[in-house]
Write a protein that binds this ligand. Sequence first.
Ligand code: MN
Length: 435
Amino acid sequence: MHAALVARPGSCIRRLAGTRAREIQFTRLLRNEAVTVAEMASHAAARTAVRAAGRDVVVVQDTSELALGGRRAKAQGYGPIGKGGAVRGLLLHAALAVDATSGGVLGLVDAKVWNRKGGKTTPRRARQTQQKESQRWLEVASLAGEALATANSVTVVSDRESDIYEHFARRPDNVHLIVRACQNRKIQTEDEDQIDLLFPYVDGLPEQGRLTVKIPAAPGRKARMTELAVRYSRIVLCKPRHGVAGDLPKTIALTMVDVRETSNPEDGKPIHWRLLTTREVTSLGEAHRIVDLYRLRWTIEEFFHTLKTGGFDIEAADIGDPQAMINFVAAATVAAVTVMQLVKARDDTTGQRLTDAFEPADQPILEAVSAQLEGKTSKQKNPHPSGSLAFAAWVIARLGGWTGYYGKPGPQVMRRGLEDFQRIKYGATLRLQHV
Ligand SMILES: [Mn+2]
């Protein structure tokens, strides 16, 4: 199934399966209870853990809504996503491990795919759903602590949705957090009896320095170099009065790093990030590091882009059975991580090793394929050192139809090439077994 997904993930399931009979077979496979999202995710996480050993790792996590339709999707049993409930679909929460030094993607840490209960949602029901769903942030932190236990350090990074008191209170000892704050929480100041509010307190601090950073391009925004004014301070959060478990500590000591753009950009709003972190910050350099680690969160946005419009077109998969679609999304998630690694490795800027995305046993096969591709066009040599991920990206891109002359291979090409490689690998494995 994984091979078929890499082959034609962007097509509807009927085209994917080929015929009506195969479609039924395929849907049955996806419905098969033995294929679970949890199993696919934990299998991928085990491979990621090997790659993460001894490194400083950032785990970026976020949720994405998969819009699958309106009335028809509702009739098929898809729950509401977004506001208003007219759009139906699934939710995907994904967490990726990234090398904190190079920014290279190391693999999937966790993936959850779920379907919200449909029907009219009362405010009470909506609140319960929200509370249950908010556990996803905490679960990634706890999973990252276990699965990546051999990493040199683990920092879990997430956006404003994850600004949850419990998230900070329950983080594992070996996991640091960087969370963009959205709640103007009560904080304790030097005078223990005096309670202040977080945002006005930080706004009132003197500027402690400036940083120049590159803001990546986004829909409706060009990439730009910009200057950020920096403020940081140790702060003590007070436990919220309502809606938190009784066993949580009354206060949590954290650091806030506040950065804001000093000029107005041509397009969009100026940046203002209030970052809460469990890491200590005592200098401008350390504050800079927190901002850099937070900026790696961008990787998860790129990943969702690959999964949606950029390569896999997952929202166009026409699968009527929500359970089958959940499994389909999970399998595509696993495949899309590899595709993204290859796209990012094509210019060899991340300096990643081949084993960051492939099994060690894949290397001789990739080398053999590379030699064959080079032989056909003498002008075209694989310019990258053997054993580098860039070397593998060159091979996979050529297999995917990239000529090597024009443009750069994107996710579509890598996806096709990876499918071809899996076929070659399967053939090679068969031959080895029969000698
Ligand atoms: Mn988010």
